[in-house]
Design a protein around this ligand. Structure first.
Ligand code: B12
Ligand code: SF4
Length: 331
């Protein structure tokens, strides 16, 4: 439970950057400027400290919270802070994000953040940074940068990034340009061993996309005795050997996704739910995310309403009178 008495629901951000990260002028040892990040927070969990003692504010956001992220960026820039942004939405619509920030990271922070901070220091910050990153060595989050008790008490780990499947509606394949990469198993296991919690949440999009890699990771997890959760393609259900290995390695649950179209979807879904007794359910409508083939197709047919960006809440998508235009939405 968090200090507020409510369960902490927000995962600790993985990788190098939080939803808001402050880099800056807090004195380091001997009064030297300290350019390491000094606070990571989620705007949904903690109030944002607009007067933070920072030179650079880094903001990460998805499409659904872009309008709020732009408000936050404006507020910091009014206070003279340098604002850099990254994440799914800025990567997929960098020109739009550049209107609201001093610099935009397209893709992964591991490749771009050092150049961005170096250029801030040298007073030559550019608008867009798009340095590709071939490896996968995410920096584990430094726990002291997060407020204690406010985030879910589990280790957040990423073993693989990307997904080779290329579903037309999915931002992951748009972001990763359909690439898939994995970390050495020993590296992942080392990070999990060092984590102080027993629970582990993998941020991977499809942990079993490379079955041989997944099997070697699972075998290495067996002796650790951790309890873990991940997203995995439903196809593994057809492989009893893999399912046994999942169970032995400490897997407590997997998130699987199904996409259906057509009026029979509702009956099929409700029958499936009754038969399988799934424990957690997230139902979403088809959302045309920027950068995806679905978005391109709908935009080509003039079915995207741009007013999304001027609205705070967009909870509906679907037919709009006979025009059948779709609003970009997040549910
Ligand atoms: C775990 C997860 C969740 C969790 C936890 C979310 C959380 N807020 O902590 C849960 C299940 C709650 C969730 C919910 C939702 N999610 Co989600 N989620 C993910 C998932 C699988 C991993 C996120 C993650 O931590 N990745 C690891 C980090 C390291 O990656 P990253 O954030 O992209 O950061 C890297 C770069 O982008 C870059 N970067 C990021 N920020 C910044 C900032 C700066 C300044 C710089 C320099 C670089 C930089 O560097 C990082 C390291 O390389 C992603 C898919 C994915 N692979 O990322 C989907 C994803 C982000 N989710 C998505 C969506 C749509 C949602 C929901 C809106 C779904 C819904 N309809 O309700 C909700 C929103 C909930 C909320 N209020 O936050 C979409 C976003 C699409 C988009 N275009 O915006 C994704 C991409 C999934 C998909 N298949 O499309 N989600
Ligand atoms: S399998 Fe999942 S993660 Fe991979 S492209 Fe399709 S929806 Fe995205």
């Amino acid at each position: 439970m968090g200090r507020s008495g409510r369960p902490p629901h927000q995962c600790t951000p993985d990788g190098t950057i939080g939803e808001n990260a402050f880099f800056g002028s807090r004195g380091g040892p001997g009064g030297r400027r300290n350019e390491a990040p000094h606070h990571l927070s989620s705007g949904k969990v903690e109030p944002i400290d607009f007067d933070a003692d920072a030179d650079v504010v880094a903001i990460s956001f998805m499409t659904f919270n872009a309008p709020r992220a732009y408000e936050i960026a404006r507020a910091f820039r009014r206070r003279g802070k340098t604002v850099i942004v990254g994440g799914y939405h800025p990567t997929l619509l960098p020109q739009e994000a550049a209107l609201h920030a001093d610099a935009v990271c397209v893709g992964e922070a591991e490749a771009n953040l050092p150049s961005m901070l170096g250029d801030v220091r040298a007073n030559r910050l550019r608008k867009i940074y798009d340095i590709p990153y071939e490896r996968l060595e995410p920096s584990p989050i430094e726990p002291h940068l997060l407020a204690r008790g406010k985030y879910a008490p589990c280790a957040v780990v990423q073993a693989t990034r990307g997904c080779p499947n290329g579903c037309a509606f999915c931002s992951v394949s748009a972001f990763s340009r359909r690439t898939f990469k994995s970390r050495p198993v020993a590296d992942v296991v080392g990070e999990i061993r060092r984590a102080r919690t027993r629970r582990v949440l993998f941020m991977d999009d499809h942990l079993a996309a490379d079955r041989a890699y997944a099997e070697s990771l699972l075998r290495a997890l067996v002796p650790l005795g951790r309890r873990w959760y991940a997203q995995i393609g439903a196809g593994v259900a057809r492989d009893p050997g893999f399912l046994r290995l999942l169970a032995r390695s400490g897997c407590q649950g997997v998130f699987v996704g199904f996409d259906h179209d057509g009026p029979e979807t509702f009956d099929r879904t409700s029958r499936f739910l009754r038969e399988t007794g799934v424990e957690a359910l997230q139902l979403t409508i088809l959302t045309p995310f920027p950068g995806t083939p679905v978005f391109e197709r709908m935009e080509g047919h003039d079915r995207i309403l741009r007013e999304f960006y001027s609205r705070r809440r967009t909870r509906s998508a679907g037919k709009r009178s006979s025009l059948a235009r779709l609003r970009i939405a997040s549910v």
